[in-house]
Design a protein around this ligand. Structure first.
Ligand SMILES: Nc1nc2c(ncn2[C@@H]2O[C@H](COP(=O)(O)OP(=O)(O)OP(=O)(O)O)[C@@H](O)[C@H]2O)c(=O)[nH]1
Ligand SMILES: [Mg+2]
Length: 672
């Protein structure tokens, strides 16, 4: 079978990953806000006699690299061999989208245009003449509906045809007489300068624009003497255009786009306020924005607990029945103890939270698909930029951190400067990820029984995490990095009606990861805890004389001032460093003997903790170092061990001090 390779490029949020998922059957993150895909993702499928590899690129507005993920796309288009670049564009924003289209064509790429969301554009009053667009641009244009999957067959057929007959599209553009003339002169000055698959004209344009990467290469080329002449030309052009040369090129491209628009697109007459505008006037309102955000978060937890709580009890009962049955079948002994205490006690206790986690993810993905996530970032940005001078773009990683810190840390790639990236990366671990939910749910159920107080306590912890995250980011930025953030302008996507299918899919994927974790790392730790609780031979299971008891007892005094200086808590916290759910499973394994059928481990916990020390414990688990996976992500993304260790240190210090304040302060105020 013949192999082909297509790249999927386009502006953010136009549906590239939706196309990718349709073609490959894979499940790349799709949602209604710009900037989800931050790295190259490759997938493949067979079509007729071809084995096609497609690469999903991060979204870009241009190929002038301003941030890591823009650089990623540009490198892919210029340096990766490909048979065609499929440029997905959003018909409703065709004018802005075409800017990238022209830039892709400039790289000489064999371009095919996929026109997505045409129905929305038509609803909004656009009329697009597709045939004419094809002719004016000089590249194939295929209408698709990525979500429904229509037009994709034709898109692939056309791309294969294009791959058989590759065209260098760079020649189809003109920048006007002056710029074209100078570009041709530069071409002659650097005849041997080659960059990836880009044509000479692209290299020449970039030299005139003063592109860093290309200038660097030119400095090291045999013709480096000629750079002086390029500088002179730039001066000359600046005189003519009375502006920077790169702006002159930008204007030239927009000029072309204007022509294309006139030829092929009829714009809606008059501006009528869309539904999105109407909703945004309330949701992003200066005064209402923040309260609405809090209400949304609060409701998410309220709904999660109200529906999830009873389901959780049901699963718990199921485990009880299974344990009783196992005991009856196997009799008392090591095997039944391993299964009942170790595995069901530990892994089972974590699995009871599956309904809660699933409902939480379902609701979060609804909020994302509707388009509210982008508004939340926008609203918080405004407050944060005013109050603390932080870049609001940092809030997308933080909001993603609600799901999983690793995703949040990866998302820092959208930030354009290093100091924003690192300080956000170190802030993300303070955001309450879904792995903390079992801890909160377990403790709030033990001490704060009605769903409303449960929600309030959980909500309070989430807000605390966010506040600490923001403060940490701010302090790092102004002390270690000492620089200013630029305000960021976030593009707000239109509100869309979410599909049940996509929300369920999302929920399933994320929820499945949780189950998988339970079956691997959590299971392993439970068995380890069970073994250590049984050693040395003959010791009473899970007593202070077991190895694990002695180990816990050794470190427990450290936590005494925080209100939970008993060895089981110490052990749970240490093992919980691997993954935060393990805090719960360790309690489950250690307490399974004492837990009665009625209340399970909650009953044991309520004998050990007081409400105050329970809150102190939850605060500590919220803030203490991130799980190994998140730490590995910090190391990977910051490319240094240093920041990983800084993160561990900062988290430990903050967690300890805050839990101490909560507990001792609470005692002082007369709480117990
Ligand atoms: N109604 C409709 N919605 C679509 C279509 N294609 C994509 N969407 C929605 O548009 C949003 C963005 O889609 P993605 O595939 O994530 O976009 P992307 O281009 O990969 O975005 P980034 O990775 O952020 O650059 C999602 O909410 C999709 O469900 C379509 O053809 N019709
Ligand atoms: Mg994407």
């Amino acid at each position: 079978m013949e192999k082909l390779k297509f790249l999927l490029a386009g502006n953010p949020n136009v549906g590239k990953s939706t196309v990718f998922n349709q073609l490959t059957g894979m499940k790349q993150h799709v949602g209604n806000w710009p900037g989800k895909t931050v790295e190259l993702k490759s997938g493949s499928f067979t079509f007729e006699d071809y084995e096609v590899e497609v690469i999903d690129l991060p979204g870009n507005y241009s190929l002038t690299p301003y941030s890591v993920e823009e650089q990623v796309s540009r490198d892919a288009i210029i340096h990766e061999d490909n048979d065609a670049v499929i440029n997905v564009i959003d018909a409703e924003n065709i004018q802005r989208n075409l800017y990238l289209t022209l830039q892709i064509m400039e790289t000489g790429a064999n371009t095919v245009l996929a026109l997505n969301m045409l129905n929305y554009a038509e609803e909004a009053g656009f009329k697009i003449d597709v045939k004419k667009l094809e002719k004016t641009l000089g590249i194939p244009v295929i209408v698709v509906d990525a979500r429904e999957g229509t037009g994709l067959d034709e898109l692939i057929k056309t791309s294969i045809k294009a791959a058989k007959n590759p065209t260098d599209n760079s020649g189809k553009l003109t920048y006007g007489f002056e710029l074209d003339d100078h570009m041709n002169q530069v071409k002659r000055l650097f005849p041997n300068l080659k960059i990836g698959t880009a044509p000479d004209s692209w290299v020449a344009v970039k030299l005139l624009e003063g592109d860093d990467e290309v200038l660097d290469l030119a400095e090291n080329s045999p013709d480096k003497e000629n750079l002086r002449k390029v500088t002179q030309m730039r001066k000359h052009l600046e005189g003519i255009f009375n502006d920077n040369v790169d702006n002159a090129f930008i204007d030239a491209r927009y000029g072309e786009i204007e022509t294309i628009m006139k030829e092929c697109v009829q714009r809606p007459s008059g501006h009528k306020e869309s539904i999105t505008d109407k909703i945004d006037r309330i949701v992003t309102n200066k005064y209402l924005g923040l309260p609405i955000f809090f209400i949304v978060i609060f409701l998410i937890f309220q709904i999660t607990y109200t529906i999830g709580g009873p389901l959780q009890d049901l699963i718990d009962e199921g485990w009880g029945i299974l344990s009783a049955w196992l005991l009856e079948m196997l009799g008392e002994g090591l095997v039944s103890s391993l299964l009942v205490d170790g595995v069901i006690g530990g892994v089972g206790s974590v699995l009871t939270f599956v309904p809660i986690i699933f409902i939480l993810f379902f609701l979060l993905s609804l909020v994302e698909d509707i388009g509210y996530l982008a508004r939340a970032a926008f609203v918080i940005d405004r407050v944060m930029y005013k109050l603390m001078g932080l870049s609001g773009k940092a809030f997308i990683p933080m909001i993603l951190g609600f799901g999983c810190g690793v995703t949040g840390i990866m998302a820092t790639r959208t930030l354009s400067n290093e100091s924003d990236r690192i300080s956000t990366m170190l802030a993300v671990p303070f955001i309450s990820c879904s792995a903390r939910v079992p801890i909160y749910a377990l403790f709030t159920a033990a001490f704060f029984t009605d769903p409303l107080t449960q929600t309030e306590v959980t909500f309070g912890l989430y807000i605390l995490g966010m506040i600490i995250a923001v403060i940490v980011a701010k302090v790092l930025k102004s002390s270690v990095f000492a620089d200013e953030s630029t305000p960021f302008i976030m593009e707000l996507p239109p509100y869309r009606i979410p599909t049940l299918k996509s929300a369920v899919l999302h929920m399933w994927e994320r929820g499945f990861l949780f189950i998988k974790k339970a079956g691997t790392i959590i299971l392993g730790t439970c068995v380890l805890v069970w073994i250590l609780a049984n050693l040395p031979p003959g010791v009473e299971y899970g007593s202070i004389n077991s190895i694990i008891g002695m180990f816990g007892n050794l470190i427990a005094p450290i936590f005494a001032p925080l209100g939970f200086g008993f060895w089981q808590a110490a052990v749970a916290l240490v093992f919980g460093l691997m993954a935060k759910e393990i805090v719960v499973s360790t309690f489950g394994t250690l307490f399974s003997l004492e837990a009665d059928d009625e209340e399970g481990i909650s009953g044991v916990l309520s004998d050990m903790f007081t409400p105050l020390s329970a809150i102190s414990f939850m605060v500590f688990t919220l803030l203490y170092p991130a799980c190994f996976a998140a730490l590995a992500a910090i190391k990977e993304e910051s490319n240094s061990w240093k920041w990983m260790f800084v993160s561990v240190g900062v988290c430990l210090a903050i967690a300890y001090v805050l839990a101490l304040l909560v507990y001792q302060g609470g005692l002082f105020l007369g709480f117990t």
